[in-house]
Design a protein around this ligand. Structure first.
Ligand code: ATP
Ligand code: MG
Length: 442
């Protein structure tokens, strides 16, 4: 597939060449374009020193990473233009202690992580590919540039970048690269949690996540040891034809690639090994395993610095993933009152994915899940009351009756519960009368 370079990037290449420098597109955009995928951000590598790039593109150039030779050019699109460089020694398994600029494109490509990310293309469509990246792209192979073990020791984040590319592209990891990934995995302990989280999210949301989860639990277990007891754990259950980890991996892959959903599936059964019991007939049970999954999931999310909103949603989904679905409007209204529509709809997806990862004969649960979702639509469309916003009584009504402070909120919630449970109609007169009688009784 020829690489079609967008006009705004061509403009940058032309100006650099016009000033007598070499200029090439490189990295993920070239890789994706060669694969016929929609390229993301374009990166340019050039023999021009950073100061020359800054002055050539002033005032539309920002020194975003001068120490590493990176200047961001352009307004809306923001192309990263980086000077050919050679990395110094790596002292902390992540950052080179210094970088040196070089006149050699090949040296610049040699510092890059994988061969498929080390192909360069210029204005005339010529390619520079000293490490066989195009052949690897054709063969769907992910291979480290140079000596794999050394490259992962230099920067351990490359391990997770590799798994992310494998998950996204569906490429096989070359055997010596895969072996080095496993050997170097303990070095991930030196990587900042925020970095790990970004890559892990990418891994989980890839279209080929199943293979990565099945092949590399030991790598992920370096920073999530909570998953390790699940690997190979036999469920002794007719519902399950897979061990806990394979079920988990299949459940992740069966969910829509939305981070909160994929994380909820990754965490949902973490509590299973710790709650396993065998009954007299030799059947396995995991009573209340979700209760045990919640703190394990929470510990992982704390360590990896999840944002509070995602953490809250994911914990609700983990906690409720196994809760029975009661086909009554009352139960739907209760769910809406407690969790809101958005989370309930995610919970429906969690239940679907969980079931799709169970043994084939038990897939008829999908029907029950769909019926419950239909009921959710009915309740939402009917305008029935399931939140304080729809309650026929407001806080002001209660202060008029003499309630003050926290008593107002408590009374509103009590009224909402009565209405949801159909013990009282959502009628202002009747609700106020009820409050009056309660005040009287006190
Ligand atoms: P994405 O599609 O996620 O943007 P990408 O390959 O473009 O993937 P970037 O982080 O944008 O990744 O980096 C651009 C290029 O810089 C990579 O293709 C690779 O050549 C090089 N690179 C990035 N990070 C590293 C690293 N940690 N070690 C070596 N080379 C790297
Ligand atoms: Mg990129």
């Amino acid at each position: 597939m020829p690489v079609r370079i967008p006009e705004y990037v061509q403009e940058i290449l032309r100006r650099l060449e016009g000033a007598g420098y070499e200029a090439w597109c490189v990295g993920g955009a070239v890789r994706d374009a060669l694969l016929g995928l929609e390229p993301g951000d374009w990166d340019v590598t050039t023999s021009a020193p950073p100061e020359a790039v800054l002055s050539l593109f002033a005032p539309h150039a920002l020194p975003t990473g001068l120490r590493h030779g990176t200047v961001t050019v352009g307004g809306g699109h923001g192309v990263e233009v980086t000077t050919f460089r050679r990395d110094g020694d790596y002292l902390d398994n992540r950052h080179p202690d210094h970088v040196e600029f070089t006149g050699s494109l090949t040296e610049d490509l040699a510092r890059r992580d994988f061969t498929v990310n080390a192909v360069a293309v210029n204005l005339r469509g010529e390619t520079a590919d000293p490490f066989g990246g195009q052949a690897d792209l054709r063969a769907h192979v992910l291979r480290a540039v140079g000596e794999p073990e050394k490259r992962f020791q230099e920067d351990a984040l490359r391990i997770l970048r590799g798994l992310r590319f494998a998950s996204r592209l569906g490429f096989a990891i070359a055997p010596d690269t895969a072996a080095a990934i496993r050997r170097c995995a303990p070095l991930l302990r030196h990587i900042a949690p925020e970095r790990i989280l970004v890559e892990l999210t990418g891994i989980l949301c890839g279209g080929h996540v199943l293979d990565v989860l099945l092949d590399y639990p030991d790598v992920l277990g370096v920073f999530m040891p909570e998953i390790l007891p699940c690997v190979g754990f036999d469920q002794h259950s007719v519902y399950h034809c897979y061990d806990v980890w394979e079920h988990t991996a299949r459940a992740v892959a069966a969910a829509r690639p939305l981070p909160v959903l994929r994380y909820a599936m990754l965490f949902h059964d973490l509590g299973k090994p710790g709650t396993f019991v065998l009954d007299e007939e030799g059947r396995g049970h995991f009573y209340g395993h979700w209760r045990r999954s919640v703190p394990l999931a929470e510990a992982i999310m704390e360590r990896l610095r999840f944002d509070n909103q995602s953490k809250k949603t994911i914990l609700t989904l983990v906690e409720r993933h196994d809760a029975p679905l009661n086909l009554s409007e009352k139960s739907v209204r209760r769910g809406l009152a407690r969790y809101g529509e958005e989370t309930l709809r995610l919970l429906v997806e969690v239940k679907r994915a969980d079931n799709l990862a169970q043994a084939e004969p038990y897939r008829d649960r999908q029907q029950l899940i769909s019926q419950w979702e239909d009921l959710l639509d009915v309740v939402l469309q009917s305008g029935e009351c399931f939140s304080l916003r729809q309650l026929a009584v407001r806080g002001g009504d209660l202060t008029a009756l003499g309630l003050r402070g926290p008593a107002v909120g408590e009374a509103l919630n009590e009224l909402l519960e009565q209405v949801i449970d159909e013990k009282l109609p959502n009628d202002r007169g009747i609700l106020l009368e009820y409050v009056r009688s309660c005040i009287h009784k006190r």
